[in-house]
Design a protein around this ligand. Structure first.
Ligand code: AMP
Ligand code: MG
Length: 493
């Protein structure tokens, strides 16, 4: 008899090195797991056996029913500021970290189940997830990845055979999520709030070993770790804003140390450009509005800074506050510079000109005032680089403003040495044709709940190559028809 190889080659540092940071736990017993979507490309990148994972054995693992060989399933503890208020005890209330694998590039990745049943951190919740939100997270995460924005990813979505009650009966489902880690600002907050400096130090050492190993022997390593997290977050939020993404629930427990986007709940992409855009039905104050995301990220980083003061200057906390505050004060500048570089690329500009920021801001004012679709505008703008202004100006009911802006932009382009064709090509490589348009996502999820997965599969395929325009896909590139109305999202429970 030949032994079948294990489904995953786990190497579980979190379980091994961080006792006290989790509770070992198992998934709920669910009646009849069935595979809904499987990510072949990601499976390949992780060096997994795609065929084996799609058998009944693999599907039972994805449903949390069966713990795979080598796994050490656990629920992680964390705390977090939710909408500004501190919850000292959150944690994986409906998730389990199965373990870690090393991918084909030598990178360590977490394999986590989301929706696998109640844990000691469920706080009265049922620990479950339902198909719509699971597929939503799958689609959004994969779309972000294809847009080259750091993100957790989805390996599989399964249904469990259970009926879960939300706003009516829904099919129970589990998402298998892949992340470069699940360390959050909230993980640091959990131990800092209990005054457990040694655990905070242990966590920071673990974070350094995992994400910034070059800092392991560095002088002022903890302060430098903070700076790295800040740099990653500044870049991440700049990428979100450049592509028109609204996370919707930027709580500190949803802010990663890795700099990946995590926890796709009530997120959405803007259509018309509006800094005040809010989609989440629970964000009544607009705390997490599109344009507030950079300042919220800085606020969240301040919460991280507070947790490591005693590591930075154990004998002089005032000094630690001063040093970390000086670093944190650089956030707006880091963000602005990442955003402006990205905006230059979107506008087809090479080189840096003092007027670039003003040029970009003047454009955004036009887009806002005339309620122009953000994604469509930038994609059409590449045509204007080679002289086809009409498709751009057509978007505007009143065209004087945009015509004047286009002339200024053309003048600025002439300062660069690229040919107009090269410029257009470079712009098309960074301005997507296809984003997860809210109405297309909803359409796919409604069909999936009715048992028709074809629209979800099609959407995933289209969003997998967002920069390459293909014939016959105009419905994925266009904004929602007006009868779709204002879009509202609900927390992904
Ligand atoms: P989220 O808003 O999705 O980031 O989740 C915030 C916290 O609520 C996390 O600790 C989750 O584990 C927990 N949570 C969310 N939904 C559920 C649920 N259905 N059952 C138990 N815990 C949940
Ligand atoms: Mg969360």
């Amino acid at each position: 008899m030949t032994a079948t190889p294990p489904l995953f080659q786990f190497d579980n540092t979190y379980a091994r090195e961080l006792p006290g940071f989790y509770v070992a736990w198992e998934g709920a017993k669910v009646p009849s797991p069935a595979l809904v979507v499987f990510n072949e490309d990601l499976s390949e990148e992780l060096g997994l056996n795609a065929n084996a994972l799609q058998t009944a054995e693999g599907v039972a693992v994805f449903a949390g029913l069966q713990s795979p060989d080598g796994a050490s399933p656990l629920a992680q503890v964390y705390a977090g500021h939710q909408f500004g208020g501190f919850s000292p005890q959150l944690g994986d209330g409906r998730a389990l970290l199965l373990g870690e694998v090393i991918d084909r590039h030598g990178k360590r990745r977490d394999i986590q189940l989301k929706g696998s049943g109640p844990t000691p951190f469920s706080r009265g919740g049922d620990g479950k997830a339902v198909l719509g939100p699971v597929l939503r997270e799958y689609i959004m995460g994969e779309a972000m990845h294809a847009l080259r924005i750091p993100s957790t990813r989805a390996l599989a979505a399964v249904t469990t055979g259970e009926t879960i009650y939300r706003e009516g009966p829904k099919p129970g489902a589990v998402l298998t999520r892949v992340a470069s880690s699940h360390l959050r600002v909230g993980t640091f907050q959990f131990f800092a709030a209990r005054g457990d400096t040694e655990k905070v130090r242990q966590l920071a050492d673990y974070a350094i070993a995992r994400h910034d190993p070059d800092l392991s022997d560095a002088e002022d390593g903890y302060l430098k770790l903070f700076v790295r997290v800040m740099e990653r977050q500044a870049n991440l939020i700049a990428q979100w804003v450049l592509v028109g993404f609204v996370h919707g629930v930027m709580n500190t427990d949803n802010t990663t140390i890795s700099g990946e986007t995590i926890d796709y709940g009530p997120c959405a992409f803007i259509d018309t450009y509006d800094p005040a855009a809010v989609f989440s039905s629970i964000d009544h104050q607009g705390r997490y509005a599109f344009g507030r995301q950079p300042s919220i990220a800085q606020w969240n980083l301040a919460r991280l800074a507070e947790t490591i003061l005693a590591l930075i200057n154990p004998d002089d906390l005032d000094k630690a506050v001063e040093r970390v505050s000086d670093e944190l004060a650089r956030f707006p500048e880091l963000y602005k510079s990442a955003w402006l570089d990205g905006m230059r690329a979107k506008l087809g500009l090479t080189g840096r000109d003092d007027g670039d920021e003003q040029l970009a801001e003047a454009l955004l004012t036009q887009l806002f005032q005339h309620k122009i679709d953000y994604t469509l505008f930038f994609r059409r703008l590449s045509g204007a680089a080679t002289g086809a202004r009409e498709p751009v100006t057509q978007l505007f009911a009143e065209q004087d403003g945009i015509s004047a802006w286009l002339s200024k932009w053309t003048e600025r382009l002439e300062k660069d040495s690229r040919s107009t064709e090269e410029t257009a090509e470079a712009m098309n490589a960074v301005n997507p044709v296809y984003i997860p348009r809210n109405h297309k996502v909803e359409e796919a999820l409604v069909a999936a709940e009715d048992g028709d997965l074809a629209p979800t599969e099609k959407l995933l395929e289209v969003l997998g190559s967002p920069f390459e325009e293909k014939p016959g896909l105009a419905e994925f590139a266009n904004p929602a028809p007006s009868e779709f109305g204002p879009y509202r999202t609900f927390c992904g429970t």
